[in-house]
Ligand binder design. Sequence first.
Ligand SMILES: [Zn+2]
Length: 199
Amino acid sequence: MERYCFKTAVGEVVYYPSRVWSSTIAIKGEKYILIDPQYHFLKDTTRPDEIWLTHTHPDHILSINKFEGIPVYAHPEGLEILVSPFPDRASTKREIASAINVVENFKSLKGFRKTTLKRMVETIIRMHSLPFINIKGVRGVKQVYKMSDGEKRYGIRIFYIPGHTPDSLCFYIKEDGICATGDLIMGGVRSGEPFYTRF
Ligand SMILES: [Zn+2]
């Protein structure tokens, strides 16, 4: 498997890129942290101390149930999906709630056209609900914990960066200028939409 290793202030970082699904990052320092475990890790026998999620899209959480008993850390907006026996339904519910928020945020803006708003809402539903069709293997995760904006764990700063999803987080190693941004940045291009920012 292709991988890139480098030393940082908080330990060795191993980056497993993927051109199709989510990339995965392992940080081997004070604790062994696995960020966004996806299908690469279905066969990996190394057990991390903690799993951290940049967000709860299915390609970022595919291998979670293979690490039973390992605590999973995520933003509160993603917890319902992780613990649900029906994550596809929980995801759809969240995206509808998000769409309602978008309408509330934007409808009062002067000169904002209804057709633009409708297109934005449709994009949210299409982009963020479809991937959960046929989701398997991520149901009723037992040990799930909240991460909050500004928190620091093992020398790594956690920031809340809603845009790609309402539960997006990034993990920042200040000393090395390294930030795991999830899908907020893909291929060097900002991908998310500023839909979830509240006015
Ligand atoms: Zn995503």
